[in-house]
Ligand binder design. Structure first.
Ligand SMILES: [Zn+2]
Length: 385
């Protein structure tokens, strides 16, 4: 992993490089990460830079044997520790060493865009307590007492260090305080509140800033060439600084587009109905088709669909009150909002919000979805009277 491929603030990357070049790399650093940031990539890029045979002013060379080993996470002086638990393959006394092949595969396959939930589902350990455990700490101490393989730095990365088992943590204190001269520890977490102060106080804090919408949009376009610039910036807005979330949105995007179309069909009809009072003239047959599609999709989709209606109503209300700065909407949503904003006013929007909330409640109580949506439609019409 080279710095150029890390999705992170450019100034922060350069600062780490400058410290490394000046020989002032802190022995123990705490990377305080935001959800969806590229923190593990940053830590590995940093380790790769320290071990590179021909580092340049702005990045590791990417070509030397050391860089090539780092690219595969297989450098003998790169030690990775991460939450682990028993699995189908490791039935007893699990540790990071035994699960390293699975972890490396997970990280490389996802281009370092990883999080604890994704990793737990690889481990199939969602319901188990995955920790960085006593065996992991013993392994760290063991390596710390040995010379590095290539006479350079030894890099220890503890990912999701908030899951360091509290009884194991004291084993590390002395090492963090007085590490061997060419050892570098990088502790990564999004949840500093769960980390012992005795650990934090022995590390230098590196705050990884939240990703900007522009950074996320740029990366999306690089990784998903089919996405247009407008779509990429839309998704970035919704992802709210979390690139993992952006990836989920890309994957779920088709659903969102469909839901917005369905919202428009229903609301066009509701408003035409409110004006004309004639079912044939308001496309009620198309509305019924929408309802049967929605009913077929299952409860999770139905709930998400109504959540989208609620979000749209709230956004229309906000724009009516001339406070667009408070909104986070996509280009597509904006055009739908513009269509309704002059027509829907506070009284209807609050009534409609109540109606949608009721529908969510009935769906979660496993009510008949065809009935729930038909009722929703006529209640929405009624809210105009
Ligand atoms: Zn190199």
């Amino acid at each position: 992993m080279q710095f150029k491929d890390v999705l992170a603030d450019a100034a922060l990357k350069q600062k780490l490089i400058d410290l490394a070049r000046a020989g002032r790399a802190a022995h123990a650093q705490f990377f305080l990460a935001q959800p969806g940031s590229h923190a593990l990539a940053l830590a590995v890029a940093y380790g790769q830079y320290l071990c590179c045979e021909n580092p340049a002013e702005t990045d590791s060379c990417g070509e030397c044997p050391s860089c090539k080993q780092f690219a595969k996470l297989s450098h003998p002086d790169l030690h990775l520790y991460f939450p682990n638990c028993t699995t189908k393959s490791v039935k007893k006394d699990p540790d990071s060493v035994q699960l390293a092949p699975e972890f490396k595969e997970y990280v490389l396959k996802n281009d370092f865009h990883v999080d604890i939930h994704g990793w737990l589902s690889v481990l199939d350990g969602e319901n188990k307590q995955a920790t960085i455990n006593t065996r992991d700490c013993s392994d760290i101490l063991h390596h710390n007492n040995l010379r590095s393989h290539q006479d350079g730095y030894k890099v220890y990365i503890l990912w999701c260090v908030d899951r360091l088992y509290h009884l194991a943590a004291p084993k590390l204190l002395k090492t963090l305080e007085e590490p061997e001269s060419k050892s570098v520890f990088i502790l990564i977490s999004e949840e500093p509140d769960k980390i012992l102060n005795t650990i934090l106080s022995r590390t230098q804090l590196v705050k990884i800033p939240r990703l900007t919408d522009v950074e996320i949009a740029g990366k999306l376009q690089q990784s998903y060439p089919d996405i247009t610039p407008d779509e990429a910036s839309d998704i970035a807005v919704l992802a709210d600084g979390d690139y993992n979330k952006a990836i989920h949105i890309v994957t779920d995007n088709e659903d969102q587009v469909l839901m917005l179309q369905q919202f428009e069909i229903i609301f066009d009809s509701v408003m035409a109905f409110a004006r004309k009072q004639n079912l044939n003239a308001v496309g009620y047959d198309v509305v019924q088709e929408v309802f049967s599609e929605v009913a077929k999709q299952g409860r999770e989709y139905q709930k998400q669909f109504i959540q989208l209606m609620l979000r749209m109503l709230r956004n229309i209300l906000m724009q009516n009150s001339n406070n667009p700065a408070m909104l986070k909407v996509t280009h597509r949503e904006q055009s739908v909002i513009d269509k309704y904003r002059g027509v829907l006013h506070l009284k209807q929007i609050s009534a409609m919000t109540e109606i949608c909330n009721q529908a969510v409640y009935h769906i979660s109580r496993n009510g008949n979805s065809a009935l729930i949506f038909t009722d929703l439609y006529f209640q929405l019409v009624k809210s105009f009277s």
